[in-house]
Design a protein around this ligand. Structure first.
Ligand SMILES: [Zn+2]
Length: 65
C-alpha cells in the first residue's frame, strides 16, 4: 500500500488536523441514495480545506515543533 505525505490540494500545506473519524457521508444521485464507507476527515490548518480518506488510505502528517 502506498504511503504518501499529506498535501493539501489547495494550498500545498502539509499540516492538517483530524476533523472527524468514522464519518459516513450520505447523498443522492439520480434519485438513488448512497452512503459512503467510514471516512477520516482532515482539515487543512492553513486554508480550511476538508480532505476525505477511506480506511485504505494511509497518510503521514508532519508536525513542526
Ligand atoms: Zn490548504
Amino acid at each position: 500500500m502506498e504511503e504518501k505525505a499529506l498535501e493539501c490540494p489547495v494550498c500545498k500545506s502539509n499540516k492538517a488536523e483530524i476533523a472527524g473519524e468514522n464519518v459516513k457521508l450520505s447523498g443522492k444521485f439520480e434519485n438513488k441514495e448512497f452512503l459512503t464507507t467510514d471516512l477520516t476527515v482532515l482539515r487543512c490548518v492553513k486554508c480550511g480545506f476538508y480532505m476525505f480518506f477511506d480506511k485504505q488510505a494511509k497518510f503521514t502528517t508532519k508536525e513542526d515543533s
